[in-house]
Design a protein around this ligand. Structure first.
Ligand code: ZN
Length: 327
């Protein structure tokens, strides 16, 4: 092969967006993301009937969300990872509008949410194979979501309590296979189901994907804290994303544990807030406690500026950067 042919072939094989973070307005360099909230919801229809894409009273939604999101930006946030999945309110076009009106970088997702007793898993996912589901998600990655041209920045899945069900296993397998074709990180609603966290990591391993591709969403709810260390040992990102006025002490304790285990470089912080819940029918859950309460608490608690920077800037940028983690 001559040099020119070789260069063309390598260019075709290299993922054009590798190393970038894919936002609803296109790829952004990880170093440009600033302080990042790793798991929030700008809006959702969670609790309502499944529907894709999510439909809203858009005027009411933007009137509520845009000023609030601007206030979060003024507190120092530059980037928000939006965890609202397909079938419970995902709407990339509205996220792009909010991004344009606030200057925030926002990530949306592909994938299906297998928690909430599979209420938001579409019927076709029960009949299709993991490969067929992966093909749907890879198509969104390559072509954009539902004709909008807006590409997902990660994969969002979820599992129920207890042992992984057949559909849970299929979603995890499909996410692993999509990761191999796209380099998108896998954010998995797992919460207090420690056994399910380790079971998902085992499926990833069998599929040739390292733990570094997987984010334990709601890890702050775990009761067996040793499992957090074990998952981190296997490479997983630990998302402590339940910050609010009541959970500050719990999050501080968890951050201390992770620090003692030498795992702070794998910790992500967020609120699981929602500025337009159930289509605006329920009171919002805020996402400012990190800035107003938790960062001061971390500093008083002896966390260095550098450690705070890992958890709020560097870790989430690495966790959500596009790139294959084969292994
Ligand atoms: Zn969430």
């Amino acid at each position: 092969m001559d040099r020119r042919t070789f260069l063309i072939t390598s260019a075709a094989l290299a993922a054009p967006d590798a190393g970038q973070v894919m936002t609803v307005r296109g790829p952004v360099a990880p170093s440009a993301l600033g302080v990042m909230l790793a798991h929030e919801h700008l809006f959702s229809n969670f609790g309502e009937e499944p529907e894709e894409p999510g439909r809203y009273d858009e005027r009411a939604l933007l009137a509520a969300v845009v000023p609030y999101a601007k206030s979060v930006r003024e507190l120092g946030c530059s980037t928000i990872v939006d965890g609202t999945a397909a079938w419970f309110g995902r709407n990339p076009r509205l996220l792009r509008t909010i991004s344009e009106q606030t200057g925030l970088n926002i990530l949306t997702n592909a994938g299906y949410y297998g928690a909430a007793e599979d209420r938001y898993v579409p019927r076709h996912a029960r009949e299709e194979t993991a490969d067929q589901l992966a093909a749907r998600w890879v198509k969104e990655w390559r072509e954009g979501i539902g004709g909008t041209g807006i590409r997902p920045g990660f994969l969002k899945i979820g599992v129920d309590g207890g042992a992984l069900s057949e559909i849970d296993r299929k979603l995890v397998t499909a996410a692993a296979r999509t990761h191999r074709q796209s380099g998108l990180a896998i954010a998995a609603h797992t919460g207090e189901n420690e056994a399910a966290a380790l079971a998902q990591l085992a499926i990833l391993k069998a599929e040739g994907v390292r733990g570094e591709a997987w984010i334990w969403i709601h890890a702050n709810k775990a009761r067996d804290l040793e499992a957090l260390n074990e998952a981190a040992e296997r490479g997983a990102w630990i998302s402590l994303d339940g910050l609010d006025a009541e959970t500050l002490g719990r999050h501080l304790e968890l951050a201390r544990r992770m620090k003692a285990w030498g795992r702070l470089k794998q910790v992500l912080l967020s609120h699981d807030g929602n500025s337009f819940r159930a289509g605006g029918k329920r009171p919002m859950r805020g996402y400012t406690a990190l800035f107003t309460d938790f960062l001061p608490l971390l500093r008083q608690g002896g966390f260095t500026q550098e450690e705070v920077r890992w958890m709020t800037v560097e870790n989430p940028a690495r966790a959500y950067a596009v790139g294959g983690r084969p292994g």
